[in-house]
Design a protein around this ligand. Structure first.
Ligand code: ADP
Length: 748
């Protein structure tokens, strides 16, 4: 895209280009129309559209808080208000502490914050402007971390203390973990639903899969990124497989080589997402964000300058051509625009930005749902309060030339640096609006001592898997109620969650709530476990006829978490078909991957020690009692394949009583495919029976598993040519259908 108007499209470094705009714009429009016809997503018209500019009043349904919801709640401490700060309100000093030490307990101020592993100058400024003081004790109202928190930091929090991260939210913000979670959702729901992130491989674990893909798909370009890094550090385009680093963890992603460009410049979006609760899930998206431009014209060659294909501000600001914004009111000047400036530019050329938003909301919700089980489990284990944690996540999104948004990564601690007036304006408002929305309260330390103690006791109880049936309104998210006797507790929990939702809505500021919202029940099917609280809130907010029922009978709120007797019977039936992963499943998956990895090398390249290991394994005495002697003429890999097929056959026989063994197999298969080589090896090592341990030891060289050895070797040998191309599935193991085919062949 290029523009002829200079005032609106003002990237000063590059003069606007003139191209035949009409044809380009009508092409884009036609393309979007075609995509829209099969699209199922939220309607920003109903939900609220972001990119309208701060101060725009998003029409939210006026939420009346019924008295029933507040009945019986003890009086809560007053809320504190926060405001964006100006340049001269920014604190000047730096915080020097980077480790957590127990410091002064005695504090003179009532409102305390602590920061850790970050300077958080903007956050500190906003807090201090509202009367907060810094503390180095554990007695803070707010703890702001620049890293993923250690679990001990969550210990003994009272109901009103707040930490800026949920436990386990790094599961989506580490590049390798994000790839694993999204790939597993893609396996489950298909590319139609989870096709919004580029194909990615975690190296060295998925080296052999990448190796196969690299040679099978010669036209693709690949970009390499360190797993746990940011600001564009260590990123490069892969020009030859031999240049893929294999000693340190990294990911390699398919490169989106057709980005939408403005004035020839590639750009990406920084969208801010606030999650205030995972159970029930509440996701907000900030009206304003950033569009960050590369500082040199886009060039897709692998030899291109990093200023042309990386859009990170931290990289491009080092380019002499980089233009910094000088005035937040001119938010489309320089190499960093506001998100709303970009939306205005797209609107101007008739891009359907409503549709684009719907796709962005979709991608955000599905990404958060992908780690929901991990976070909820940890929150319950730690017995955290409903309102103890929040996350301000930075979603990096690239729009391609077909107007498809791609998720590049999610940042756990998005930069809140304020290098320009535009940064200060957007991020200052973001911080103040976030703190207001989540509701920070001025609690009385002495009074809240008891709730701290209760929290510790509850955490301990949860650890020994006891369920406290005395769920007190307004207190902790307990371990999920498990029987219908707990439905009263769930009823109270749902009421509390509805109250939280309504109260947050009354402080929504410049956020738009995208979950729950009108129509968000289309996302219910992506949850690993349907949550009663999500259902109750949706019912109350959007299913008018049923909303009152919530307060009449607790048993109305019925999901997998609380069950009616009939449903319990049905569920017992279902229980019979629960997926149980056995040691055999792990071993079959492991051996299939070993076989696949070995097939990537020629027999001359097979190391003697690998062959010896495998021979020991396939000839282990344990097989004598289980199967026929293996035909002597077979090669090592054939023997291995033979053993795998035998094991699968045996497993199949033991599952003949199931109604649908094939689907059961497929479900198991999906689970085990999610494990990395190392995880599988750790499971194999931990076998409790001595015979099992003995046969497993054949698969280890010292303490390293044979699969890890082969992967490491494959990764470190600078192989220039494909040795043998295998058209195999990504994780190397056989699907049930493939297995069936092989088995048939073998029998013949
Ligand atoms: P970091 O955390 O280091 O910023 P990102 O994943 O955000 O890493 O990538 C940095 C930049 O690299 C992005 O802003 C984008 O410009 C470019 N980039 C990353 N992945 C891709 C990709 N798959 N296709 C195209 N460009 C990409």
């Amino acid at each position: 895209m290029s523009s002829s108007t200079t005032s609106e499209f003002n990237i000063v470094s590059v003069p606007p280009k003139f191209i035949s705009e009409d044809s380009l714009y009508s092409k884009l429009k036609a393309l979007q129309e075609a995509q829209k016809s099969s699209w199922i997503g939220l309607n920003p018209n109903l939900v609220g559209k972001i990119g309208m500019g701060l101060g725009f009043s998003h029409s939210t349904r006026p939420e009346k808080i019924p008295k029933l919801l507040t009945d019986g709640i003890p009086e809560r401490p007053p809320l504190i208000s926060f405001f964006p700060v100006s340049e001269n309100q920014l604190v000047k000093d730096s915080i020097t502490f980077s480790t957590y030490t127990k410091g002064n307990f005695l504090q003179t101020k009532e409102l305390l914050y602590r920061v850790l592993k970050t300077d958080a100058r903007l956050v500190r400024s906003v807090l201090e402007a509202s009367g907060f003081a810094y503390t180095d004790s554990h007695d803070w109202n707010i703890l702001w971390l620049g890293c993923a928190p250690q679990m001990y930091l969550y210990e003994g929090l009272n109901d009103y203390q707040k930490v800026n991260h949920f436990p386990n939210s790094w599961e989506i913000t580490r590049k390798d973990r994000m790839s694993i979670h999204l790939a597993s959702m893609q396996e489950k729901f298909g590319k139609e639903d989870y096709g919004f992130f580029p194909d990615t491989y975690v190296i060295p674990e998925e080296y052999s899969e990448f190796y196969t893909r690299y040679y099978a798909d010669k036209n693709s370009q690949w970009i390499v990124k360190p797993c746990n890094s940011s600001q564009g550090k260590g990123i490069f385009m892969l020009d030859a497989l031999a240049n893929l680093p294999t000693t340190e963890g990294c990911i390699v992603s398919k490169y989106i080589n057709n980005p939408l460009v403005i004035n020839d410049l590639k750009f990406d979006l920084r969208i801010y997402v606030l999650v205030t609760c995972y159970d029930p899930l509440r996701i907000y998206i900030y009206d304003e964000g950033l569009a960050r431009f590369a500082s040199e014209p886009y060039n897709s060659s692998v030899k291109a300058s990093k200023f042309s294909f990386l859009t990170n501000y931290s990289i491009n600001k080092k380019n002499e051509k980089f233009i910094q914004n000088q005035d937040w009111k001119q938010d489309n000047v320089g190499h960093k625009w506001s998100f709303s400036a970009l939306v205005r530019a797209l609107d101007k050329i008739n891009v359907d930005t409503q549709f684009l938003m719907s796709r962005i909301y979709d991608l955000v919700i599905k990404t958060v749902i992908a780690i929901e089980p991990e976070v909820v489990a940890q929150v319950r284990k730690l017995a955290l309060g409903r309102n103890n944690c929040f996350d301000i996540l930075g979603f990096d999104i690239l729009i391609d030339a077909n107007l498809k948004p791609w998720l590049l990564e999610v940042n756990l601690s998005p930069s809140l640096a304020t290098d320009s007036p535009l940064d200060l304006y957007i991020k200052g408002n973001l911080v103040a609006d976030s703190l207001n929305l989540m509701g920070v309260r001025n609690f009385d330390r002495k009074k809240e001592c008891m709730s701290k103690i209760r929290a510790r006791i509850r955490a301990r109880k949860n650890q020994v898997k006891q369920t406290d049936s005395k769920f007190k309104y307004g207190y902790r998210a307990e371990t999920a109620p498990t029987s219908k006797n707990d439905s009263a507790a769930l009823y109270i929990k749902s009421k509390a969650a509805i109250l939280d939702t309504l109260e947050e809505a009354s402080r929504i500021g410049n956020f738009v709530r995208i979950f729950p919202c009108q129509g968000s029940d289309i996302y219910d099917r992506f949850f690993a476990t349907p949550r009663a609280s999500n259902k109750a809130i949706y019912q109350y907010l959007y299913l008018e006829n049923e909303s009152e029922d919530i307060f009449k009978a607790p048993s109305k709120i019925e999901t997998q978490e609380t069950k009616s007797p009939e449903k319990e019977d049905k569920d017992k039936e279902k229980e019979k078909h629960k997926i149980i992963i056995t040691g055999d499943d792990i071993l079959i998956e492991y051996l299939s991957r070993v076989l696949h990895a070995c097939k990537s090398v020629t027999s001359e390249m097979m190391k003697v020690e690998w062959r010896t290991c495998l021979e020991k394994f396939v000839n282990h005495y344990v097989w004598q009692s289980l199967s026929e002697p293996i035909p002597a003429h077979m090669g090592t890999l054939q023997k291995l394949e033979y053993r795998i097929i035998e094991m699968k056959d045996r497993r199949k026989q033991s599952e003949t009583s199931l109604k649908d063994p094939i689907s059961y197999q497929n479900q198991k298969h999906q689970v085990v495919r999610g494990f990395s080589a190392l995880q599988l090896e750790n499971m194999l090592k931990s076998s409790s029976k001595s015979v099992a341990r003995d046969i497993m030891s054949c698969l280890f060289l010292d303490s390293t598993g044979i699969l890890s050895e082969i992967i490491k070797w494959l990764a470190s040998s600078s192989m220039k040519k494909p040795i043998r191309q295998q058209n195999v599935s990504r994780h190397g193991s056989l699907t049930v259908e493939e297995f069936e085919k092989n088995n048939q062949k073998n029998k013949k």
